[in-house]
Design a protein around this ligand. Structure first.
Ligand code: PRP
Ligand code: URA
Ligand code: MG
Length: 214
């Protein structure tokens, strides 16, 4: 299942428009905050699909019945660009555990790239709802590699991918290799450049958030 946030009119469109805007995105703090705000909006949308139980809350004047999350999801992310987006999800799922993975696209002399995974630190994910957050889904190789590793190591109950901009091609790649995953995306763009950047996309999310890499 794929849910595309900007198919509906909402304030999320403003956050995404600012992330894409070649001038506004130069304000690094605002860029990170907009990734965070989209993480917050997406967390709210995902929260509507999770499992709840009936509970009573004692107020100063009586007892109110409500529905509470059966289980907090675990928020996983791929560094670097995932970090502000992860923070947004964590602002909403504020008692969640987190999982961190460091992976990046290493470009070879031929111009092709491969995903280098350097680090993974995660709580036990058995029987957990896991939300894997990475703002950019270009070829989909980073997300497929990282999710496949987690799925082979743990008996994950339900896996969600949260992303801000995806390419059509990348989405197809993820669906082919991770057919049971639920995908939440801000917007879907048509094209990839020869260096696998999304067009129109927003540029390099990690560099915009944290500075140019070497
Ligand atoms: O779908 P893919 O083709 O795998 O590309 C998407 C990945 O590329 C970017 O990370 P990058 O490797 O540039 O590292 P960074 O997050 O440290 O900037 C982005 O943050 C995704 O993680
Ligand atoms: O367009 C892209 C593709 C990968 N990573 C980014 O940050 N942007
Ligand atoms: Mg990345």
């Amino acid at each position: 299942m794929i849910t595309i946030l900007t198919k509906q009119n909402s304030i999320a469109n403003h956050f995404l428009a600012e992330l894409r805007d070649v001038r506004i995105q130069q304000d690094r703090m605002r860029f990170r905050r907009n990734l965070e705000r989209l993480g917050e909006v997406m967390a709210y949308e995902i929260s509507k699909t999770l499992e709840y139980f009936s509970a009573d809350v004692e107020t100063p004047l009586g007892v109110a019945n409500t529905h509470l999350l059966h289980q907090q999801p675990v928020i996983a992310t791929i560094m670097r660009a995932g970090l502000p987006f992860h923070q947004g999800l964590l602002n909403v799922f504020d008692r969640a555990d987190s999982a961190f993975i460091a992976a990046y696209r290493h470009t070879k002399k031929s111009g092709e790239f491969e995903i280098h995974k350097k680090y993974q630190n995660t709580p036990n994910l058995d029987e957990k709802v896991v939300i894997m957050a990475d703002p950019m889904l270009a070829t989909g190789k980073s997300l497929v590699l990282c999710c496949k590793d987690l799925l082979s190591e743990y008996n994950i109950k339900e896996l969600h991918i949260a992303t801000v901009i995806a390419s059509e091609e990348g989405l197809q790649h993820v669906q082919a290799f991770l057919p049971d995953v639920q995908i939440w995306v801000g917007a879907v763009d048509n094209e990839l450049t020869s260096k696998s950047y999304i067009v129109p996309g927003l540029g390099d999310a990690g560099d915009l958030a944290f500075g140019n890499k070497e």
